[in-house]
Design a protein around this ligand. Sequence first.
Ligand SMILES: [Zn+2]
Length: 426
Amino acid sequence: MTSSSSPSGSVAAVPTAKRRRRRGFFDFVLVLALGYGVYAKTPIGAVVETGVRVARGQSDHPSWFSTFKGRETAVKAPVVDDATDTLMQGVLPKALTAAAALHKVDVDALAALVAVRGGCDAAGTCTLQAPDRLAWFAPGGKATVDVDVIAAALAKAAVELGSKNNELAIEALFTGPQALALAVDQGRKSKLEAPEDVEVHSPFLSPSTRRGPLQGALAVLLVHRLRTLAWPAAGFRITSPFGERIHPVTGLKSFHNGTDIGTPVGTTLHSVHNGIIKRASRDSISGNYVIVDHGLGVLTTYCHMDAFDVGEKQRITQSGVIGRSGATGRITGPHLHYILRINDKAVNAEEYGRSPTRTAGLLAPAVPEKPPEKKPEKAPEKKPKKPSDNAQDPDAAKPAALPGAAPPTPTPTPEPPTTTEAPAVP
Ligand SMILES: [Zn+2]
């Protein structure tokens, strides 16, 4: 019998009111917790979240099911805006190339960082907004830093991570090298095929890191990936560029969603970047085609191939052999129809990476690497399906290159495009 437990009637009123207020508060907390539980742990929350994303017009949202399964662990494809596009296509400012050379870091990694998070002025000074976790390198650092500071940070990240992987070094500027090294290590222990790929890190990073810093790294990584795309078949001329064109036969305007490269049948085709074979299939328009998923929303498609050496879900490295070019599908002459897509939108591949247009000189004059000797046996097999396709193909009327028989003539004057297009492929 303590004094508090034996109050007189008149005094008891106050604690009861207090108790009631306290209970009201606990109920409120309970309702909040329950609400959060429903939101975070049940499909209802996933549906709500997906609904919000759709309402906001976000096109790259994961399905509600994956939202439910792996909440916030998905790596979203960033968006390339026009400003980024322009910066990444121009000639690199001297300050940038000098900083890369001084610290012996990848110039494309540095350029991608500047393109996304900074810029260069007329005087040639390049500055950028410091990545989120740069503090590990420059404690008490400013929000805006010189490109030289970033180059030094990239070099240091490579040392700390013990890796020459440029994308990993970029990522470390955002997540911090310790957290990233741990994620890579855990990926290795989980026997992942590519533990250094940004796509697999999120489950191994803390929620706050994957929501903020990791997302910040993605746009830079996408630009870096685009800057370092190789060209699928070096040594051959472009017979028809990407974009609006007047159809050589119909005279009508049409949109060409890829770049035509005049490859003789049998030319070796290479994957333009690391990736996973998303599809290796054939249809009557694209012929034999391969789609490679390079991650972060970057896809490349190779059409009209003679044969492919890869299977779906197979991993391929940059410059790895996909197969040989050919003359399959709805075409009138052998060529490679090459499509580059970013976030489901076909773009002009000539404006990215190591395209012959950007690296002028990489593409030699139209001299085939080797004459295609073994062609005759290939020709008969593709004939049966051509007639029906050609019937609806305006270009088919044109007596063009003998299918499979001859390489594009090495005459310096390009004839009008002899190829018609595959609107091609999902
Ligand atoms: Zn084409």
